[in-house]
Write a protein that binds this ligand. Structure first.
Ligand code: NI
Length: 138
């Protein structure tokens, strides 16, 4: 089998976190208009689903693009442990000065996983609810 054949692998992960959509540069009224109940002062939670897609050539010896035994602990350390059961606004440094919308969550997860050594990170998709999902790919 040719080593140049590139295959994508997508793996799903889950974490729960809370956030508040609020931008200190805007007035209370403007925040309320922009974010509605999502800017309630005590925040609210979501059960997020993250799809991580990596791609690369199939290793002729293992028959795999990337070993899940490498991907799972990497995502576990960089994303799940960092975000699970956290208040994103205060416990994840990237969101101290950036509103933790799911769009920005996608970007931050992509940034954290980009250095995965065993394959190329292709795409991040985050589901915030059954109705909303966001994707980031370079
Ligand atoms: Ni929300």
């Amino acid at each position: 089998m040719s080593g140049s054949l590139r295959i994508s692998l997508t793996r799903r992960y889950r974490f729960a976190a809370s956030h508040r959509l609020y931008n200190a540069r805007f007035s209370e009224e403007e925040n309320r208009r922009l974010y509605g109940k999502c800017c309630n002062p005590r925040g609210h939670g979501h059960n997020y689903t993250v799809e991580v897609t990596v791609c690369g050539p199939v290793d002729p010896a293992t028959g795999m693009v990337a070993n899940l035994g490498d991907l799972d602990p990497f995502v576990g350390r960089e994303v799940i442990e960092a975000f699970d059961y956290k208040y994103l606004n205060e416990e994840v440094p990237a969101f101290r000065d950036r509103v933790p919308t799911t769009e920005n969550l996608c970007r931050e997860i992509y940034r954290r996983l980009k250095s995965f050594p065993a394959a190329t990170l292709e795409r991040i998709r985050v589901e915030e609810t059954g109705q909303n999902s966001f994707e980031f790919a370079e």
